[in-house]
Design a protein around this ligand. Sequence first.
Ligand code: GTP
Ligand code: MG
Length: 315
Amino acid sequence: MSKPGKQGSGGATPPPERQHCGFIAVIGATNAGKSTLVNALVGAKVSIVSHKVQTTRVPVRGIATEGDSQLVFIDTPGLFTPRRRLDQAMVDAAWGGARDADLVVLIVDAAKGLDEDVARILERLKGARTPLLAVLNKVDRVAAKEKLLALAGEIERHVPLQGVFMISALSGDGVADLKRALAERMPPGPWHYPADDLSDAPLRILAAEITREKIFNRLHEELPYAITVETASWEERKDGSVRIEQTIYVTRDGQKAIVLGKGGQTIKQISTEARHELCGILERPVHLFLFVKVRSGWQDDPERYREMGLEPPKK
Ligand SMILES: Nc1nc2c(ncn2[C@@H]2O[C@H](COP(=O)(O)OP(=O)(O)OP(=O)(O)O)[C@@H](O)[C@H]2O)c(=O)[nH]1
Ligand SMILES: [Mg+2]
């Protein structure tokens, strides 16, 4: 995806001998604010966000520049104890993202502190060789500064850290400092992407994710987890608009009825919200058509995983 409406933060591309570039995996417990932070660092929405857990399902790359450095962020699914098959595929993908990075940023929700999920992540990071930085997020929710310092100390007792940053990804507090510090740690090497690219995800994937975000925000309990969204067709029309058809897969008839809502109200709201956001990103009129299909076994169907960009879980 290049230039979805907004410019990347960088100016001109530096000459090859000055270029630095690296991959930074952003990992952490689910709901810690990883996607919010990656969007803030990139300066555009590349990854969807919700107040619910397990929103991100697939590692998403977001690209930013700072000085002579190109920073390729990998927003990963949250790390948690997997229960469903999809969970396992998500958690495997998250650790895979961390393995391939030059630098790992561990995000911890400062209001939650070092809970069981974080403890488990720290345990697994102990043996890792990739340099690690800790970011305490949601500091806007923590009034006592001593609490933050204590948390930083606790994390440092578990794993060797290159540094600790305290930020609010939501308000942007501390994000610029973090970005500069990350840029300084990037190894010399050619930029992987053109200067104004913001993501490498195809627009049809981003479009499906945006619809999934609206579903996450509007539907509750188990339903968002029983859903996957795919862009079935994408047609650029002569009048400059784009016609997008998407399929929302659910696992049961009852779920289909909830997604549609009384007289089709719910799906209409989801569609309006998604279309509105897509118009902003694509900077042209969008005609969005959503279809709900019941596919009881989609969570066992390798094709659905491939469409999402995940390795199907092994039986
Ligand atoms: N108060 C506050 N809320 C935040 C901050 N950063 C993120 N949030 C909120 O935390 C919730 C989760 O944010 P996400 O960015 O989706 O979290 P995530 O870590 O990507 O979550 P998963 O993809 O589900 O693992 C959302 O409601 C965000 O608005 C912050 O700095 N302060
Ligand atoms: Mg996320």
